[in-house]
Design a protein around this ligand. Structure first.
Ligand code: ATP
Ligand code: MG
Length: 387
């Protein structure tokens, strides 16, 4: 359903109650909207800060009905929300991104086909859904990474394989679910683009973000002039825009890229929502990725974000709670907050677990060197490996 601009005072809904939903709720409430979160967890980070929390499964008809009754528009923070739920809602209220875009992002094989269709380079790969496809895999794809086609995140549902025998064993281990085998590429660095596309096709984007992953999880994002070669930033922005245009996308989209050792750019994957690598925009930009999400879904103007401060973002994983003891201990936030330009964001998760995203810390500075130096100090205080 399409409609006119949805002005503050209306209620906006989000499917999913994690930290992305929580920061969406904060941005929506700042602009004067009421919010509704649909998430089965009684204690979800977003549910606890929202005006309404519908505690129901994503396919629960009653829950979706209540969401549609409360809200003027709905978005998602969780990419594995069933496309059917988005389709049901779209019959009654504005839904962005739409079911089709989310369905493409949910499935690595469809996602890769879309990139190819847009003329954007992807890693050499093969779809493995049957023993015949497994047997037919080109040896040139090895060593490779076998990834489940759906439900992977933070490096989960992936196996590194060197030989055809290891590949066969890994597929067995993944219960023979549909997978994509990707050739392991020689990366020189990783980067991402967060953009917002409006109903009228207007596109605005955050500056290209340079990302460091550890153990398949984003660890550090750095955004300032000179963080990446200019040819890369230009290519990445153009590729991200064409991926969004090809989906007739409405909302915030993240496109993740690899830069190879030969300097070429390869698209990795997309997320149909704000992304961890864009969190720095809350503190380093005049418009955050979450405000862009609100603006895109309501049909408000998409003002181009302006970065006002060089920024470095450190992810705060549950491991930090165990840096000095076997039982969970609160990290020394007071020491971190003594640093100039330190912006602490904790997601209100009650239990710290290793590998769990508990929050992030953005360090801003007058210069890239200042932001980086403070980030290194913060990392030292918290026991995060230097970068
Ligand atoms: P998320 O959704 O949290 O970003 P994910 O589980 O979907 O992660 P990917 O983005 O596919 O996982 O991969 C995680 C990381 O593994 C990448 O950021 C990159 O560091 C490495 N990686 C993935 N694919 C390749 C590849 N083909 N060659 C080399 N490294 C890779
Ligand atoms: Mg990824």
């Amino acid at each position: 359903m399409t409609q006119g601009v949805i002005l503050p005072g209306a209620t906006l809904g989000v499917l999913g109650g994690g930290q992305l939903g929580r920061m969406f709720v904060h941005a929506a409430q700042t602009l004067g909207y009421f919010t509704a979160v649909l998430d089965p967890d009684a204690d979800s980070p977003a549910g606890r800060v929202s005006h309404h929390h519908i505690r129901a499964d994503y396919e629960d008809t009653q829950g979706l009905d209540e969401l549609a009754r409360l809200c003027a528009a709905v978005t998602t923070e969780f990419e594995n929300v069933p496309a059917s739920a988005l389709r049901t809602l779209a019959q009654r209220i504005a839904v962005s991104p739409d079911a089709h875009a989310v369905a493409v992002a949910q499935h690595r094989a469809r996602e890769k086909a879309h990139f190819v269709h847009c003329g954007v380079p992807v890693a050499p790969h093969a779809v493995i859904e049957s023993p015949a496809q497994l047997a037919a895999v080109d040896a040139a794809l090895l060593p490779g990474i076998l990834k489940t086609a759906t439900l992977g995140y933070d490096g989960k549902g992936q196996a590194r394989v060197q030989t055809p025998a290891e590949l066969a064993a890994a597929w067995e281990q993944l219960a023979r679910v549909p997978c994509v085998l990707e050739k392991r590429l020689p990366l020189s660095l990783e980067c991402s683009v967060v953009l917002a596309r409006g109903r009228d096709g207007t596109v605005v984007s955050l500056p290209v973000q340079r990302n460091l992953h550890r153990n398949g999880i984003l660890a550090v994002t750095e955004v300032f002039d000179g963080n990446l070669p200019q040819t890369i930033t230009q290519q990445a922005l153009a590729a991200a825009e064409s991926v969004a245009r090809g989906l007739a996308y409405v909302g915030v989209l993240c496109v993740e890229f690899f830069v190879l050792q030969d300097g070429s750019l390869v698209v990795n994957e997309i997320a149909p929502r704000p992304h961890n690598s864009g969190h720095w925009s809350i503190d380093g930009c005049d418009v955050s990725q979450f405000e862009l999400q609100v603006r895109a879904m309501t049909g408000l103007p998409l003002a181009a974000p302006r970065q006002h401060s060089p920024a470095v973002m450190l992810n705060l994983l549950g491991d930090l709670w165990f840096a000095h003891s076997a039982s969970a201990a609160t990290p020394p936030w007071d020491a971190v907050l003594r640093l100039p330009g330190a912006h602490l964001h904790l997601y209100g998760k009650r239990e710290a677990r290793r590998g769990r995203k508990m929050g992030h810390l953005t360090l801003t500075g007058a210069t890239p060197e200042a932001a980086r130096a403070t980030a290194l100090q913060a990392a030292r205080i918290l026991g995060i490996d230097a970068f």
